[in-house]
Ligand binder design. Structure first.
Ligand code: FE2
Ligand code: FE2
Length: 483
């Protein structure tokens, strides 16, 4: 049978391009999981707006040239589906000890536990971010932003489905149990928290949301890229399609921060403020001062760095050797893809100083992925700084040093300033409110978070976007609010 896997079958309860109709057992498992998912969505998904019509994109194909269509949808009626990128013919394992062997279509028995764990960890982050963002709808700065929030939320929900499909199809009973656990844990819950630190933090305001989608979704991008290289082909195909959706999440973050920076610069200019560090005067204008934006950036970047795990990690080496998790753009790297004899420079704490030390490349894979991540992060900073310099201000947003504010890895037991100077506890305590958002900063930002729900209107602390979603005009009603 020649199934057109580019197009998605929407005739079934669970849209898919994996021929679920012919896979009774998995279909049954997914249908069994579905009510629990809907309960989770109603308990932990966006608060309010469930009856509103939201202008959302839904994937109807996995063809990268055209895969989504836009329409008004009530979120609970969004068609969460199982979508895998097309199977590449004769794909081989692109790295590790089994380099060059045919990719696996079934789980290799000896790597079952490792593979399941990686899928569960990835799966756990997807609903977590929805939980973290569930209160934001009621303070959205515009209908455009509200729509973007909900788009991100429904797609993170779909990413959960994607991981649950892999668990239920390939991991039998323990896969089904893990799928249930994914609905049981809750972000920030004392008894059953989400698995990774950054996914248990609050997302209290819209600047946090933009920082989260820029920095934390970007960690997701790096992890998905590594898993998209996997020798386990169904995982690779799943992640490849998720990356298509993920790009929009980071777009929301990057442009969101751009628009905040833009608005702040405009307001400062209009008021004749020359010193961006004159926080009190800037805040009087009802916009977020650049030093506070920097503090938010410091927080979200450092929390996101922790997601890469320890710089030196035998787990990472094992996953690579096994052919389970590769490097960013693995197939484009010019080396032997085995790394048995290579080294990689790792930032470490040596005699109280931050130094680069060569480590075996295999155990340094987390560090390498984190370096790739940092490089990817820099692009947004260049754009934001361009806005600031074009407005005539001598101020630069920067990424803090990797030793700053870390809870995992080499630097978890020391304090460092954002520019990477090690400081003692007393100095840290004295300076921390200058480096990370304080309670007062949070209160100020919260005071700006009043919702704007008229089409084409924007809260005064953020600029309108340059272009609409799906090329819609500026006054388009992205959400038809129904309470
Ligand atoms: Fe996701
Ligand atoms: Fe995302």
């Amino acid at each position: 049978m020649n199934v057109n896997i580019m197009n998605v079958d929407y005739s079934t309860k669970i849209p898919n391009n994996v021929n679920l109709g012919a896979d009774r057992q998995v279909l049954k498992a997914l249908e069994g999981w579905h009510p629990g998912y809907m309960n989770w969505w109603s308990d932990m998904g966006p608060e309010g707006f469930q009856q509103s019509l939201v202008y959302l994109r839904t994937a109807y194909s996995v063809d990268p040239r055209g895969w989504a269509k836009f329409d008004y949808v009530r979120m609970p009626e969004y068609r969460w589906g199982i979508l895998l990128a097309p199977q590449e013919e004769n794909r081989v394992i692109p790295f590790g000890e089994r380099y060059g062997e045919p990719a696996w279509q079934e789980v290799p028995g000896e790597h079952r536990a490792m593979l399941r764990r990686l899928i569960v960890i990835q799966g756990d982050t997807e609903p977590a971010s929805v939980e973290q963002q569930r209160h934001l709808g009621k303070t959205a700065p515009s209908l455009y932003d509200l729509r973007n929030l909900f788009q991100v939320n429904v797609e993170e929900g779909r990413h959960l489905w994607a991981m649950v499909y892999l668990l239920q199809k390939y991991f039998g009973r323990d896969g089904r149990e893990e799928a249930d656990e994914l609905l049981r844990r809750r972000s920030g819950d004392a008894d059953a928290p989400r698995m990774l630190g950054a996914f248990n933090e609050a997302t209290p305001d819209w600047l946090s949301f933009f920082m989260f989608t820029y920095f934390t979704d970007r960690d997701g991008k790096m992890q998905l890229h590594s898993l998209a290289q996997s020798g386990f082909d169904p995982l690779s195909r799943t992640c490849r399609f998720m990356l298509t959706e993920e790009a929009h999440h980071m777009f929301v973050g990057e442009t969101g921060i751009s628009r905040v920076v833009q608005r702040t610069c405009e307001a400062m200019r209009q008021a004749g403020i020359t010193d961006p560090a004159d926080i009190a005067r800037v805040r009087e204008l009802g916009v977020i001062d650049l030093p506070t934006i920097q503090k938010k950036l410091n927080l979200h970047y450092s929390l996101s760095l922790d997601l890469f795990g320890s710089e030196v990690s035998t787990n990472a080496a094992n996953a690579f050797n096994a052919g389970i998790k590769g490097r960013y753009h693995e197939t484009q790297i010019k080396d032997d893809h085995r790394l048995q004899h290579d080294t990689y420079p790792v930032l470490k704490l040596v005699d109280g100083q931050i130094k680069r030390v060569d480590e075996p490349a295999l155990t340094a894979l987390n560090m390498r992925l984190r370096d790739d991540y940092t490089q990817d992060c820099v692009k947004g900073l260049l754009r934001w700084n361009k806005i600031i310099s074009t407005a005539g201000y001598d101020f630069q947003l920067t990424l803090p040093n990797v030793a700053f504010h870390r809870a995992i890895g080499e630097f978890k037991d020391v304090h460092a300033s954002p520019d990477g100077v090690l400081v003692d506890e007393a100095t840290w305590n004295r300076r921390v409110n200058a480096w990370l958002p304080s309670a007062a900063d949070g209160d100020f930002i919260a005071s700006l978070m009043t919702p704007v729900t008229a089409a084409g209107q924007f809260a005064p602390w953020i600029s309108p976007p340059k272009v609409g979603i799906d090329n819609k005009p500026g006054d388009f009603e992205y959400v038809k609010i129904e309470s």
